[in-house]
Design a protein around this ligand. Structure first.
Ligand code: KIV
Length: 288
């Protein structure tokens, strides 16, 4: 079994040019599949708001939801580097509150790092959490928690002005003490500048190929949503149709009586004559 990675391993991977791969997971089963497949990291993303809970976005996700899902993921993937995603509201009211919530992730859910969204605006928060000894991953570019302010889930950095803002955010999170940064939803050219500039690992989702690794949301990677697929996502499986077909077959077999078959049934231990007597007794009791 592979040894659990540390932030130093992730830095070594950057130095040698080996791409790190991560996926989101929210429960024990999918975390175990990711670990078995050899995933470098698992993000317990606040995308759980959409993937698990069916909300339109990530805003309703709470600290308690994140902690519970991180604990389940840790049980499923004890040897994988796990990143807990700080939900909206958990680091916005005060720096003290942010440090308190980051510590909850470390103490209650045994994560290896936390991730939070924003650049220049959250530099003081990143600095304080990093000073508490917790590994912080920044998240810049398209930041879903501020989608209302961005006018929707829109790619960022498409003009030189906007690109300058994303790059300034990247520098701010690095200077504040983030040990890695996730760049989401920007043109490849913008991520290339960040990747060539920052000495910390730069990971991407919808940010092109010039990164130290890629992350995908499990629902996108495994084709769990039929309604929607972001432009940058690739479907590596079609779980939605596999699951729908399997459920339809279960319904059919149960209704026609072919399930359960003999291999799904327990056998009696003891004398069958005794069971016949028992059956007759019960029949007499309830029918008579
Ligand atoms: O919550 C999440 O799933 C994310 C993705 C952008 C990776 O942050």
């Amino acid at each position: 079994m592979a040894q659990k990675k540390t932030i130093l391993d992730l830095c070594k991977m950057k130095a040698t040019g080996e791409k790190a791969v991560w996926v989101t997971a929210y429960d024990c089963c999918f975390a175990a599949y990711a670990e078995k497949a050899g995933m470098d990291m698992i993000l317990v993303g606040d995308s759980m708001g959409m993937v698990v809970y069916g909300y339109q976005g990530t805003i309703p996700v709470t600290m308690d939801m994140c902690i519970n899902h991180c604990q389940a993921v840790r049980r499923g993937a004890p040897n994988t580097y796990i990143i807990g995603d700080m939900p909206f509201g958990s680091y916005h009211e005060s720096v003290g509150d942010a440090v308190h919530n980051a510590i909850r992730f470390a103490k209650e859910a045994d994560v290896d790092a936390i991730k939070l969204e924003g650049g220049v605006a959250v530099a003081d928060v990143i600095k304080a959490i990093a000073q508490a000894g917790i590994v912080v991953f920044g998240h810049i570019g398209l930041t879903p928690q501020s989608s209302a302010a961005m006018g929707g889930f829109r790619a960022q950095g498409r003009t030189a002005d906007s690109a300058r803002g994303v790059i300034e955010d990247a520098i701010a999170v690095y200077e504040a003490g983030a040990r890695a940064v996730l760049v989401e939803g920007v043109p490849e050219e913008v991520c290339t500048i960040i990747h060539k500039t920052l000495p910390i690992p730069v990971y991407g989702i919808g940010a092109g190929s010039d990164t130290d690794g890629q992350v995908l949301v499990v629902g996108d990677a495994l084709g769990m949503f039929e309604a929607f697929k972001p432009k940058f996502a690739k479907r590596y499986a079609d779980i939605a149709s596999v699951a729908t077909k399997a459920f339809a077959q279960f319904i059919k077999e149960t209704k026609e009586g072919s399930f359960p078959a003999s291999e799904h049934k327990y056998s009696i231990s003891g004398d069958s004559a005794e069971f016949k007597t028992l059956f007759k007794e019960m029949e007499a009791k309830f029918k008579g």
